[in-house]
Write a new protein. Structure first.
Length: 286
């Protein structure tokens, strides 16, 4: 009897349901954006409603030209001109035409600047807005021509002109033709100034190279957005050239304001109001 009590029983095999992984959340791509300044994750819709300014640290994300026009110009008052100017390949640079077509489809622009007339709180002005989403806003023949024509139109109509700059510099695929745009745009602005007319330059991130060395720094009033990179050559190139460590924040708009190279830094949510005041004051003086 005791022998049966200690007898080993057979194990019973049972089938358990296989372990199922929890379903992966179905989150569409592009709904969240990481801020490169504070590393916070921002809901894209909230960012757009906040004029593409990080709600956590105030970092100003880059805008397209059309987004900026919608932000600054009164609704239904913008009239674009010279929108059909096309880029050529004067140096027969390999694959340049294909790259331009690719950029036009990607950025939904003909070139890296939009020009036209519009009203800011009722004050009429000519405006040129560069777009870094098109070949990093590089200045080729068409960009220079459109900006020059915009300045000449402002002079002809005796209107102020506002230029929003953002650029990586001259467009290398066009060589000397690109560099000539520096002189051409500067000459048009000089004639505009001779007529006693107002030119407001607004520097956004980034404004570098030949654009900085020409029309971007020729404004009667030079404004900038917070934290914008502004300069001719990049910080790394300068350090390699002069063999010195650059100061903290060198080439940022705050550094330039402190050293007297720009007139004021204006946060994006105050920019339209500020431009309206400047246009109104200049109109009163005239």
């Amino acid at each position: 009897m005791l022998k049966g009590f200690f007898k080993k029983t057979k194990y019973v095999t049972t089938s358990l349901p296989a372990y199922e992984k929890p379903p992966t959340p179905n989150i569409p791509n592009g709904m969240w954006i990481k801020c490169n300044t504070c590393d916070q994750i921002v809901y894209k819709k909230d960012l757009e409603e906040n004029k593409k300014v990080c709600p956590h640290c105030g970092h100003h994300f880059r805008m397209t030209a059309r987004e900026r026009i919608d932000l600054i110009i009164d609704e239904n008052t913008f009239e674009e001109f010279n929108q059909d100017l096309s880029t050529l390949n004067p140096l027969n640079y390999p694959d340049y035409e294909a790259k331009i077509l690719q950029q036009q489809e990607k950025a939904e622009l003909k070139e890296a600047v939009i020009t036209g007339t519009g009203k800011i709180c009722g004050e009429e002005t000519v405006i040129a807005v560069m777009d870094s989403h098109f070949l990093m806003g590089s200045m080729g023949s068409v960009v220079g021509e459109k900006i020059t024509r915009a300045v000449e139109e402002a002079t002809k109509r005796r209107l102020p002109i506002i230029i929003f700059s953002t650029s990586g510099g001259a467009r290398m695929q066009e060589g000397i033709f690109s560099l000539m745009q520096m002189a051409k745009t500067s000459a048009a602005i000089a004639k505009h100034d001779d007529e006693g007319l107002l030119y407001i330059s607004v520097l956004t991130d980034p404004t570098t190279g030949g654009v900085t060395a020409s029309f971007a720094m020729l404004g009667d009033i030079i404004l900038a957005e917070p934290g914008a990179l502004i300069g001719f050559a990049g910080p790394r190139v300068i350090e390699q050239t002069i063999k010195q460590k650059l100061p903290e924040g060198f080439q940022k708009s705050e550094f330039l304001l402190e050293h007297g190279l720009i007139d004021e830094i204006i946060p994006r949510n105050h920019l339209k109001e500020t431009l309206h005041k400047l246009l109104h004051l200049h109109k009163e003086v005239e």
